[in-house]
Design a protein around this ligand. Sequence first.
Ligand code: MG
Length: 396
Amino acid sequence: MVAMPGTSPRLALLIVAAGRGTRFGAGLPKQYRSFGGAPLLATTIQTCQRAVPEAEILIVINSDDAGLFERVAAQLAGLALRAVTGGTTRQESVWRGLQALQASAPDLVLIHDGVRPFATPDLFGRVISAARASGAAIPGLALTDTIKQVDAAGCIIGSPDRSLLMRVQTPQAFAFPLIFAAHARLAAAGRFDLTDDAAVMAKAGHSVKVVAGEAGNLKVTVPEDLIVQAHLTDTRIGQGFDVHAFGPGDHVVLGGVTIAHSAGLVGHSDADVLLHALTDALYGALADGDIGQHFPPSDPQWRGQASDLFFKHALARLAARQGRLAHLDATLICETPKIGPHALAIRQNIARLAGISLDRVALKATTSEKLGFTGRSEGLAALAIATIRLPETSDV
Ligand code: MG
């Protein structure tokens, strides 16, 4: 019905981000609030782009948000993003988006909420294949809570059979000509109050197939901290350990901070034993190899390299899994230099590099009572622990 079997349909992705989000409280509209360091809408767009890289992307924004959207587009400079202004209801916003897509005449359009950043590529795949077969498909989940119908006074007047009910999500996928015609008919009748596009299709007499949705495909309607609580429930802890020998030199680099000393640390990079241990702790929490695997010491390009490169790489691996860094804790073991006077500067620099607050970075130092290689000042050792939070759906 949509495209010949075996050929790829031409896809458009319509992201609806024109809402005012009154449930979210005062201030920035929720789609522009920071989530994991980026505006929520930017995260949603990236999720979609990774899932359906071949799709033409159009975003429907609020006429008040042009400046905010420009900043999102600047952050996603590699993507070809087009935006149109929405209407006063969700239905009217989608209708404007569909009209803007008409010239490119896609086979299928995926309509997705701008505040659902966690839909997986599998989910996109399911709605696309079902819509190719039937013309209209949406994700839905069975209800687990018992449902009651109540009157205006809040008293129960019925207990609907929940096995006949589903809660539905986006992305919703439709044959473009069908959804366009369905919207056009309602628009011509001046009716703009339907809250999703499946309802628009049903109103036009089309059947809509429901495929399995995802519990993790949350619609963000509450502040970020609550979403982190609800979504990033998979806590993981990694440890790291590193040693570098003292050698000729007049300074050491610890946590990216240069400290004058009567010796230097010997190493292939800048020998920042603390950043190396922290980097390995991050890789450990991700079960993602170690620093030697990602940056082989045999490779001459890392010679003299500032170690924040390694640390940032591990942080990027965490970001790619849509995780958050909760806490870093480290211990330096040496007789000299004295760490105490530099501890705050080191913590501040690590917090800056990691993009977390100072209260999430701990640093201690100890001697080893003149015992062993650290006690003889032959080298400096670092221990580190990283605690991260991942979405339940992040398994790779
Ligand atoms: Mg090292």
